[in-house]
Ligand binder design. Structure first.
Ligand SMILES: Cc1cc2nc3c(=O)[nH]c(=O)nc-3n(C[C@H](O)[C@H](O)[C@H](O)COP(=O)(O)OP(=O)(O)OC[C@H]3O[C@@H](n4cnc5c(N)ncnc54)[C@H](O)[C@@H]3O)c2cc1C
Length: 450
């Protein structure tokens, strides 16, 4: 055997699986298609010393494994800048507000939005995390989209528009492309809609100095010091298994192992030739979970000028394509960085356009929120996740109607000697880095128990 255990993928799930296997005393090899670790986290460094998290960036309360990692590798954790007023831009008008809900909306819109928020939270609480397919009336919930639910329950156009912004910022998918059952599961898995859309006390609270990929790099170095081997730029094409073990085919040749942990996102798992083939239910699950789509856009200014106007840099609005933006400035930087998201169907459209035209619409959106100064950044950077061969989208796979109730827990059921990890298999913090870490631990522990 080349290794007792082979882990496929060196994102957070793969690193976490590798560490758990090593602690069990196994010799471990990690195979990664890219030339770097971190997967859907990626930090690029600019010539002027600034760094940008082009992929996953935030952590928040409840993500205990991620905070523990940051502490272990002595990474400073800092809170995203939120002091000042947030902005909501609806029907061509900016309104200032603080906190999560813009209370200066027309009263009927506010009532409808509050009710919709509360109702979704209440429905989500009823969905069991270990198997959402066992929810009461699971089939009924899974036959409709979140978009159907929004049209029935949020009749006020401004309430619906704002809820759609919130939904797209959580799922990176259009509500009409998301099963209602999947949406409820996902919301509960991350502690609810309020937590997932909040900065203070929520999933967008904190950042890690040097970026999320830097943390993954530190983890890799510590694993190498514990004799975990890494083979980079080694995409896996096929996995054979028989009574005696597994043979993994990579572009560099064949490797053998007793156990395999596969951490690939569902859409990419379908490209691997499993012999014998993956169980049908898991194949249906992989096919049914389409990756969300995001373009993350940054404008770097000489200083964070919006703060002079008493603004936090957080803004949301109904005008496409940038529905949400945030202050991404590190605390000790003299520069000011605004980061905006183009998400879901807008991201599919804008991925096809030139970067120059994206720059124009993004700066136009920043101007609507923060004024003319936003039109003249020192730099503009954006990143289209659809074009990353080894991700093809993000933040995570989103289930279409019918998938979850049909496939149950098959995403996690081992296929003989192959165990499944990756954020999409997580019961808690599904879709997030924390979920990826927890999934790696769970899959590695299974190898000792089965
Ligand atoms: C723009 C963006 C913003 C996000 N924001 C946040 C956030 O703020 N907070 C948060 O918690 N999460 C966020 N996420 C989601 C988070 O990044 C992911 O949930 C998490 O990184 C997934 O980790 P994973 O290990 O499950 O999968 P991945 O990171 O996708 O790891 C899978 C690995 O497998 C490799 N691979 C693929 N195919 C093969 C193959 N055939 N052979 C070998 N290797 C292969 C890939 O290169 C990759 O390294 C964001 C993601 C993106 C892209």
């Amino acid at each position: 055997m080349d290794a007792q255990a082979i882990v496929i993928g060196a994102g957070y799930a793969g690193l976490s699986a590798a560490e758990t296997l090593r602690r069990q005393g196994k010799d471990v090899l990690v195979l990664e298609a890219r030339g770097r670790v971190g997967g859907r986290t990626r930090t690029d460094h600019l010539d002027n010393g600034l760094w940008l998290d082009l992929g996953g960036q935030w952590l928040g309360p409840g993500q205990d494994h991620l905070y523990a990692l940051a502490q272990r590798f002595e990474k400073r954790v800092w809170a995203m800048h939120t002091a000042g007023h947030n902005l909501v831009h609806l029907k061509g008008r900016n309104r200032r507000y603080r906190g999560l809900i813009p209370f200066r909306l027309p009263p009927l819109a506010l009532l409808n939005l509050g009710w919709g928020f509360w109702r979704l939270e209440a429905l989500a609480k009823r969905v069991p995390l270990d198997n959402p397919g066992h929810a009461v009336r699971a089939k009924h919930l899974d036959q409709q989209t979140l978009g159907d639910w929004l049209r029935r329950n949020l009749r006020h156009p401004q309430a619906r528009a704002l809820m759609q912004v919130a939904i797209e910022s959580v799922f990176a998918a259009h509500p009409d492309d998301i099963s209602l059952l999947h949406a409820l599961f996902y919301l509960r898995s991350g502690g609810g809609l309020e937590r997932l859309t909040s900065a203070r006390g929520g999933a967008q609270q904190d950042r890690i100095d040097g970026g999320m990929q830097g943390l993954a790099e530190s983890w890799r170095q510590s694993l190498e010091a514990e004799d975990v081997s890494f083979a980079m730029e080694s995409p896996v094409h096929a996995i054979e298994q028989d009574r005696l073990g597994t043979t993994i085919h990579t572009s560099a040749g064949k490797l053998t192992a007793d156990r395999v942990i596969c951490t690939l996102p569902p859409a990419l798992t379908l490209d691997v030739d499993f012999r014998p083939g993956m169980p049908e239910a898991r194949r249906v699950w992989c096919r049914g979970l389409k990756p969300g789509q995001v373009i993350k856009c940054f404008a770097i200014y000489p200083r964070p000028f919006w703060r002079d106007q008493g603004l936090s840099g957080s803004a949301a609005g109904d005008r496409p394509p940038v529905h949400a933006c945030f202050d991404a400035t590190p605390p000790d930087s003299p520069k000011g960085i605004l980061m905006g998201f183009i998400e879901a169907r807008e991201a599919v459209h804008w991925a096809e356009q030139s970067q120059a035209s994206r720059r124009q619409v993004v700066l136009g959106a920043f101007e609507r929120y923060f004024g003319e100064q936003a039109l003249a950044p020192e730099h503009y950077v954006d990143h289209v996740w659809a074009t990353e061969t080894w991700s093809r989208g993000c933040y995570a796979g989103v289930a279409a109607p019918g998938v979850i109730s049909e496939t149950g827990t098959s995403a996690r059921i081992p296929h003989h000697r192959i165990h499944w990890a990756g954020t999409e298999t997580a019961t808690h913090w599904n879709g997030y880095i924390e979920g990826a870490i927890r999934s790696g631990i769970r899959a590695a522990e299974e190898t000792d128990n089965t």
